[in-house]
Design a protein around this ligand. Structure first.
Ligand code: ATP
Ligand code: MG
Length: 453
């Protein structure tokens, strides 16, 4: 992308309405624009990152064997009357009527609708196990929308639903989701710790929330510091293996880690004093097993092996796709701006032309641009006629992990400057070396790609 032809409305001043750094930086970097309380337009840069995050979520769901689909945002109220949640959900549900006076709602989640789809089309235990998911906009009329996309009213969520014959099989689906989520967040450069949580309006006895530690997080959390040493890494997991998924669950949930809803002082007190941590966290996902809570009232049954109809065991599993942008920025920024992890960066590198209009500098930049693209990388070329300082400030603000600075003085010795955003370290290298080095840096990131189902 050439910056002169892009739409990147960066702000010079700090917007007054933003209370936390991620919200401030998203507004300043021209990623989002608020249209109403908790409702945002995604401007090109923000949309690009949103899609990168969505793609990682899709790829990791495909790797786990889960099947994508798409359900509508508007749902008929009658489905929710069947489960009893139409009355229970309260004011967070946005209710509306169509021209025929039929009650509709903007979906806050999709358990009822997916159960309706299941009961219409699945009849036999032979069609199980089945896990369907979608990434779709949700609406919750939050009493206090705030912190930008972190607590919006309209927000993008991945929600997946497993259908299994038995509780054991459904718990394997639960574990499988836990494994796939660990991998998903790590690809985004995040440590998201599974913590024992509360079921809330979704219900259920088994549930974990995934929390990113951050001072601005809305959840209070308590954990054993040993848990922060765990990483999933690039281990290969057979998602069909009950033992392997169970082992990962045990590894990541055996140490104390709970949100305040389930916190137990007595158990916490048994952790050695020096390992006890009380902190704040951002909830970026949650998994639930809730058995037959929806399948029973809604008649989602299958013919079992012995010929009798039984309600299926279900769970639901959510990732806060749009909230993740805020969470990633909270965990990755400095006083100059955002620092995108390489897995989610909107552009892999920025090219800064120090002397736009100078024939040899322009052509060196063009050559770099083409060479990076030939490596499968996506550069952002600042080809505007601007001062160097302004170009650097924009690159730092929008947070590209790498910058290549090209000027006539360096080029005289066939050198450009390669700068890492996070450390600020610069090295003088030939243009070819710069390309080769970025190709090496991004090779493991690109290797994570997985065909989407
Ligand atoms: P919270 O406790 O933060 O209100 P929740 O537990 O009600 O969230 P879930 O039903 O578990 O939310 O939804 C799955 C994921 O969707 C959450 O883990 C969170 O990351 C995201 N999410 C929920 N509410 C919002 C919101 N208002 N804005 C942005 N993302 C949200
Ligand atoms: Mg939750």
């Amino acid at each position: 992308m050439r910056l002169s032809r892009y739409f990147l409305p960066v702000l010079k001043e700090d917007p007054k309405e933003a209370q936390i750094v991620s919200h401030r930086l998203m507004l300043r970097a021209g990623m989002i624009k608020q249209q109403a309380a908790g409702i945002y337009s995604w401007l090109p840069l923000g949309y690009r990152i949103l899609r990168r995050i969505e793609t990682i979520v899709h790829e990791e769901q495909a790797r786990a064997g889960h099947i994508p689909m798409l359900m509508p945002t508007l749902q008929p109220a009658d489905l929710w009357r069947e489960s009893g949640r139409y009355d229970d959900y309260g004011e967070e549900m946005l209710r509306l009527k169509d021209r025929h006076k039929r009650d509709l709602l903007y979906g806050p989640t999709n358990e009822e609708m997916i159960t309706d789809i299941f009961r219409a089309h699945v009849n036999s235990y032979k069609d199980l196990p089945l896990t369907l998911y979608h990434i779709q906009w949700k609406f919750r009329d939050e009493i206090r929308p705030r912190f930008g996309v972190m607590r919006g009213r309209e927000f993008l969520m991945k929600d997946g639903y497993n259908f299994d014959l038995t509780k054991e099989a459904a718990l394997h689906a639960y574990n499988r989701h836990l494994v796939s989520y660990l991998r998903t967040y790590e690809r985004m450069g995040l440590q998201a710790i599974p913590m024992r949580a509360d079921g809330g309006p979704i219900g259920g006895d088994y549930t974990h929330e995934f929390l990113v530690l951050a001072e601005t997080g809305e959840s209070e959390v308590f954990y054993d510091s040993e848990i922060t040493d765990l990483t999933f890494g690039d281990r290969q997991i057979d998602y069909d293996s009950v033992e392997q998924c169970q082992a990962v669950l045990e590894e990541f949930t055996s140490r104390y880690a709970r949100t305040d809803e389930t916190h137990d002082e007595a158990v916490y007190a048994q952790i050695p004093q020096e390992r006890r941590r009380k902190a704040r966290g951002i909830e970026v996902g949650q998994i639930f097993y809730f058995g037959t809570k929806y399948s029973e009232p809604m008649g989602a049954t299958v013919v079992g092996p012995d010929g009798a109809r039984v309600p299926v065991h279900m769970g639901s599993h959510g990732i806060g796709v749009s909230r993740l942008l805020g969470a990633i920025i909270e965990a990755n920024h400095d006083d100059r701006g955002i620092i995108w992890p390489e897995g989610v960066t909107p552009f892999h590198a920025g090219i800064v032309n120090l002397k736009q209009g100078d024939a040899s500098t322009d052509s060196a930049c063009e050559a770099l641009y083409a060479a990076l693209r030939a490596q499968g990388l996506d550069p952002l070329y600042d080809d505007r006629d601007e001062r160097a300082g302004a170009k650097f400030a924009t690159m730092d603000l929008i947070g590209l992990p790498w910058r290549i600075t090209v000027g006539p003085r360096g080029l005289a010795a066939n050198k450009v400057e390669l700068t890492e955003r996070r450390s600020g370290e610069s090295t003088e290298v030939t243009p070819e070396e710069a390309v080769a080095r970025l190709a090496r840096v991004y090779a493991p990131v690109l290797a994570q790609a997985y065909p989407i189902a």
